[in-house]
Design a protein around this ligand. Structure first.
Ligand code: NAP
Length: 261
């Protein structure tokens, strides 16, 4: 694990960083000068992202971990601190979909979604806040969603993403006195494997879905992972210390009255 130059940098942990929004956040945080721990349940995907960052001149190390497994999370954060130093930035981004209307939603798919999104954010935040409290500095960003406001076929996901917002506000209150800010981002439609899987599952083409979503929002385009990474970069900046407990919707205007798709 080569992490030369890590001493002077903040250590940024991004979960679910093997693809999509998470990998864009990892790349952006590395470009911002941070030393990035690229965490994904697929260690090979994490390694590819860390290698890409390193080739581009950044500092990154890959870790394989399931965010919903308490023992794996504790062990991974301990390894990150030992390898790279105290955690300064945490982006709780790992996520899955198990969409179904309520009457068809199996209990295991409710549990799986709550476990990855909500319990995963809890476990990683709890493990990471120790170094942040000790050093009186930290930035936590939790990935919510416009689905937190309600979305047909996503009772489990919407509950998890709304829960993330309450979790965020509560951590902001608890951790604020220690110099730690905690915010959420609510992405709208972002072009990733996750949204592509929705198109595939519903039998439509991804291109048609993107066109429909673009037509419904103020910006007349769909979002890219880099749009979310930009917001993460803003909220995790050293001088963003007075912004806390917020949910920033990055959705091209999807949540504005009158344009919700
Ligand atoms: P994605 O491309 O599917 O990326 C999610 C990543 O999380 C994948 O690498 C996935 O690994 C990983 N992951 C899943 N379960 C995990 C676990 N238990 N432990 C560790 N890693 C795990 O999806 P995305 O679109 O970038 O989504 C990233 C986040 O943004 C999610 O929280 C999602 O809910 C949120 N979001 C996305 C959109 C959107 O339009 N794309 C909108 C609103 C919110 P595998 O590939 O192995 O599953």
């Amino acid at each position: 694990m080569s992490t030369s130059g890590a001493g002077a940098r903040r250590v940024a942990v991004v979960t679910g960083a093997g693809s999509g929004i998470g990998s864009a956040c990892a790349e952006r945080l590395a470009a911002d000068g941070n030393c990035v721990a690229v965490v994904d349940r697929d260690p090979d995907a994490a390694r590819l992202v860390a290698d890409r960052i390193t080739i581009e001149g950044g500092v990154a190390t890959a870790y394989g971990a399931d965010v919903s497994d308490a023992r794996e999370v504790t062990a991974t954060v301990d390894r990150i601190v030992a390898d790279l130093g105290p955690v300064g930035i945490l982006v709780n981004n790992a996520g899955i979909l198990r969409d179904a209307m309520l009457y068809k939603l199996p209990e295991e798919d409710w549990d799986a979604v709550i476990d990855v999104h909500l319990k995963g954010a809890f476990l990683f935040s709890k493990a990471a806040q120790r170094s942040m409290v000790e050093h009186r500095h930290g930035r936590i960003v939790n990935m919510s969603s416009t689905s937190a406001l309600g979305n047909r076929g996503q009772a489990n996901y919407a509950a998890a993403k709304a829960g993330i917002q309450g979790f965020t506000r509560t951590l902001a209150l608890e951790l604020g006195p220690f110099g730690i800010t905690v915010n959420a981002i609510g992405p709208g439609f972002i072009e990733t494997a996750m949204t592509r899987s929705v198109a595939e599952r519903t039998g439509g083409s991804f291109e048609a879905m993107k066109e429909r979503m673009a037509a419904a929002v103020a910006t007349r385009r769909t979002g890219l992972p880099a749009d979310i990474a930009r917001a993460v970069s803003f909220l995790t900046a050293e001088d963003a210390g007075f912004i806390t407990g917020q949910c920033l919707y990055v959705d091209g205007g999807l949540t504005l009255p009158g344009v919700r798709a």
